[in-house]
Design a protein around this ligand. Structure first.
Ligand code: ATP
Ligand code: MN
Length: 477
């Protein structure tokens, strides 16, 4: 008999119809009540086992974690907490689970512990909810761009350009590490390497996306990016996914509108399509917050926080205005920041970003027009010759979630800027060619996917929203 997913079963009118479900045992109570989950929903289906007519040896195999197939009659539930239940007529153990050794017991485990068994943590309510929400967000991102006529461009993961400067790169090579070929100067001779040159894992698909935008008008990439920085924080991964739209003829205002629309669209999609999972995560977060002192608890619960984000326009202001606010903040005056804000030109730390969002404006913030010396070479120079048309979107609990800019489309200014920053213009001829042949104003941004998933799920560590996190000294699964 064809198997029906539990999500569908739970929405079915029970009429004693015979159905088959397959899944994994969560609990087995009183040798009779078997709770089964198949990942299609947070909810388990209860199957009632005919223990009197089942050999003891079979009942013993219904242990937590075992994979089962059950055929039975769907009836209205007698017990509380579920609408339907399955009166089992037969069951088959598809895969035994050694209950003694199974690390997941029907009790609460810490997220730290679950990180150590990331290969099994999908089987918990929390992680199955997180990964269903993650899926919904990814899907809605594609839907958002598709509805607007964007072309999904798959930019390369292996790249030879290290000019983007977004972070340290992972080198990839097929040379023998014990005995690499050397050139006359005694350095490793990468001309003998696989690509005939040094190659790395990409830190961003932006430069290639720009090339696409100069013909297709509106493109986006959504793929993995890699940073070999040794930042052991709750918001950084060595491998993360990034969404990078790039749009011809857009200026910075259009760019901010696009980013705000995108964020609101996908948050709404998750609220509409993952209500059950988000409700579970909301409750989970409330429980977690109870561990904190009263004054550190958040004023809003998860759903309120998401709704608030939809109902309010993001605050837009310049970096310069933000510096004034930060300089005059009680936090700064009382020297409460770990990195004091000393004046115009300092790079903002996450504590400053979060102050602006969580304490000052109490809503998402878009900062624009940063000093050129703290931003990348490709950002469009303002009239003042001192600031560039950059934008960072800052979110509560997260800090920077989006970084973007209007790009410098003027060849002479771009070249001058690259020289100033010691970026080899010859090697980047392909990038500069877009400015030589039909250059046009354009803008884009990068949205860190895991930071978005963090925000929507209310999880607090980025390692808990990606299946198998990669971070310094951590590449287990
Ligand atoms: P941060 O200052 O937080 O380290 P960044 O300025 O280096 O970030 P960008 O190069 O602007 O980041 O990347 C665009 C977006 O990608 C960021 O806004 C963020 O959402 C995400 N992002 C950047 N680095 C990481 C990382 N190491 N892990 C996860 N997401 C990241
Ligand atoms: Mn950034």
């Amino acid at each position: 008999m064809k198997r029906i997913k539990i999500r569908q079963v739970l929405q079915t009118q029970p009429q004693e119809q015979i159905i088959t479900i397959k899944g994994w045992v969560r609990t087995f109570r009183n040798n009779q009540f078997l709770s089964v989950n198949d990942g299609s929903t947070l909810n388990n289906l209860q199957a009632v086992i005919d223990f009197e007519n089942t050999p003891e040896s079979e009942l013993k195999r219904l242990t937590t974690g075992a994979a089962v197939s059950i055929t039975g009659k769907l009836v209205a539930s007698q017990g509380k907490g579920q609408s339907v239940e399955l009166i089992a007529q037969s069951f088959e153990i598809l895969g035994d689970s050694d209950a003694e050794k199974f690390p997941l017991q029907p009790k609460k485990h810490s997220l730290e512990f679950l990180r150590e068994i990331a290969h099994l943590r999908f089987r918990t309510n929390t992680f199955s909810a997180v990964f269903r929400v993650r899926h919904a967000l990814a899907f809605s991102i594609h839907q958002f761009f598709h509805e607007r006529g964007f072309v999904y461009l798959h930019t390369p993961i292996i790249t030879a350009s290290d000019a983007e400067g977004a972070g340290e790169m992972f080198r990839i090579s097929t040379l023998d590490p014990k005995n690499p070929p050397l050139n006359d100067a005694g350095e490793i001779d990468y001309s003998q390497d696989f690509f005939g040159r040094q190659a790395n894992l990409t830190v961003s698909g932006q430069l290639e996306a720009e090339l696409g935008a100069m013909a297709l008008s509106e493109v986006y990439t959504f793929g993995p990016t890699f940073r070999a920085e040794n930042s052991n924080t709750t918001r950084h991964l060595a491998e993360f996914w990034m969404i990078e739209p790039e749009v011809a003829f857009n200026d910075l205002n259009d760019n901010m509108d696009l980013a705000e629309d995108l964020l609101k669209y996908v948050i709404r999609f998750a609220l509409d399509n993952c209500a059950e999972d988000i409700e579970f995560l909301r409750t989970r977060l409330l429980e977690e917050e109870k561990q904190k002192p009263q004054n550190e608890r958040s004023e809003m619960d998860l759903v309120q926080k998401l709704q608030f984000c939809l109902d309010n326009s993001f605050e837009r202001l310049t970096y310069t205005e933000a510096i004034t606010i930060l300089m005059e903040s009680p936090q700064n005056k009382k020297k409460k920041f770990q990195y004091p804000v000393t004046g115009w030109g300092t790079d903002l730390q996450s504590e400053h970003e979060r102050y602006l969002v969580e304490k000052h404006f109490k809503k998402p913030v878009i900062l624009t027009d940063y000093p050129k010396h703290i931003k990348a070479f490709y950002m469009r120079m303002n009239e003042d010759n001192n600031t560039v048309r950059a934008m960072d979107i800052l979110f509560p609990g997260i800090g920077e979630i989006v970084g973007g800019s209007q790009r410098e489309e003027r060849l002479d200014i771009l070249e001058a800027r690259m020289k100033e920053m010691h970026i080899p213009t010859e090697e980047m001829y392909w990038y500069l060619d877009t400015r030589r042949f039909g250059t046009a104003p354009h803008a884009g941004f990068g949205l860190g996917f895991e930071r978005l998933v963090l925000f929507v799920t209310g999880m607090t560590n980025i390692r808990d929203v990606i299946a198998f996190p990669r971070s310094p000294k951590n590449c287990e699964f």
